[in-house]
Design a protein around this ligand. Structure first.
Ligand code: 13P
Ligand code: SF4
Length: 367
């Protein structure tokens, strides 16, 4: 039996793919301005008022600006990983869901709640995994392997989800693939090669991997991490599984954003080296004020804007553009209504599975 990878050219890594390089640069250039300190209280009060008036709830990811994370919690919304963002938006009675994160998160909310209005501070907040997995190419990949169960990561477009049997997030990918393996199913996995490889290593499942990657996690470096560990011998290393295998191998804990936060809370260690987007440090430091969190090293001397441990698309969310969107009603997510009935199936399958196995809710700090 063949277990392995296929080489799919990814727009992101292609030398001619100026499209994606531009998209990263555009994301940095489009970052909303930081409000002045004096302007912040009024801005926050205005956003709170508009959320209430519009029966809207704010759902934020751990990687977005701390102001948005705090505001989501202060207004009855949530800051969480992508699984709980989907779950929360799905259960919440508000008429409008405002998603502070990246586009696939807004799309997932819309697919699950087509009757609701879903807004985002910036609709151009993409994800390199999504960009690197165009629906037509992915469809051809699926057509070439009709005997495989198609499992896609949440970080994909609605059209890619519409070709899938299952959607997973990093919180639940392991138990779902275990379950499919027990059923004797062969898996076609997309788009993150590192997360796919990690799941393959852990489960021994037969998997064909799309060769996508996250531009943030791809940059963590094992050698530099070893050097930092030598400086902090007591430090626990927390790694998101979108990171390269050599980095994952050095981890004390591997998991989704919420699982890494829980690991930091439950460990008695004083120091932690964190290999995931540095937006997560806000929640870690708030929950564990006596612990010290260090960013895992990226490309070091060769660093460029791709290797600063922060997602350029997550950085497109801020108080200023959130207020603008609530005032204008622009930046609403629309999805082709023909795609929704098909795209919702793999998402619902995942949510039902999470319920069945009683996967603990990951809304840390929201209890
Ligand atoms: P989590 O589901 O672990 O929050 O990850 C989402 C993501 O985009 C990580 O880069
Ligand atoms: Fe996508 Fe990586 Fe940004 Fe997460 S951190 S949204 S995987 S580009």
């Amino acid at each position: 039996m063949h277990v392995g990878t296929v080489n799919i050219p990814i727009a992101y890594d292609h030398p001619d793919a100026s499209h994606n390089t531009c998209s990263t640069a555009r994301a940095w250039a489009k970052r909303p301005r930081e409000p002045e300190a004096g302007e912040k209280p009024e801005l926050i009060a205005r956003i709170k008022r508009m959320l209430k008036e519009q029966d809207a709830v704010l759902v934020a990811h751990y990687y977005v600006h701390p102001d948005l994370q705090d505001l989501a919690e202060a207004t009855g919304g949530i800051v969480s990983d992508s699984l709980d963002m989907a779950n929360f938006g799905n259960r919440h009675p508000a008429k409008t869901i405002v998603v502070a994160g990246v586009r696939f998160m807004g799309e997932t909310a819309k697919i699950l709640n087509p009757e609701k209005r879903v807004l985002m501070p910036d609709l151009e907040a993409e994800c390199s995994l999504d960009l690197g997995c165009p629906a037509d190419d992915f469809s051809a990949f699926c057509d070439a392997h009709p005997d495989h169960t198609v499992v896609v990561y949440a970080n994909t477009s609605a059209a890619v989800k519409a070709r899938a049997d299952w959607m997973v997030t990093s919180s639940i990918a392991l138990p779902i693939v275990e379950h499919l393996k027990v059923r004797g199913e062969k898996i076609l996995w997309a788009p993150d090669r590192h997360l796919g490889g990690y799941i393959q290593d852990r489960t021994g499942a037969e998997m064909l991997l799309w060769q996508g990657s996250c531009i943030v996690h791809d940059e963590y470096k094992a050698q530099e991490l070893l050097e930092l560990k030598a400086q902090y011998p007591d430090a626990q290393v927390l790694v998101h599984p979108e990171s390269p295998r050599a980095v994952v191998k050095l981890a004390d804990s591997v998991g989704s954003t919420s699982q890494l936060i829980k690991a930091a809370q439950s460990s008695p260690a004083k120091h932690f080296i964190v290999a995931t987007d540095n937006g997560i440090l806000h929640k870690m430091r708030t929950l564990c004020p006596d612990k010290i969190f260090l960013e895992a090293p990226t490309a070091g001397k060769g660093a460029n804007c791709k290797s600063c441990s922060h997602c350029p698309w997550m950085a497109m969310n801020g108080l200023v553009n959130l207020a603008e969107v609530l005032a204008s009603g622009k930046n609403e997510i629309h999805i082709d209504p023909h795609i929704i009935p098909r795209a919702v199936q793999p998402i619902r399958r995942m949510l039902d599975f999470a319920k069945q196995i009683k996967l603990p809710s990951t809304g840390i700090g929201n209890a």
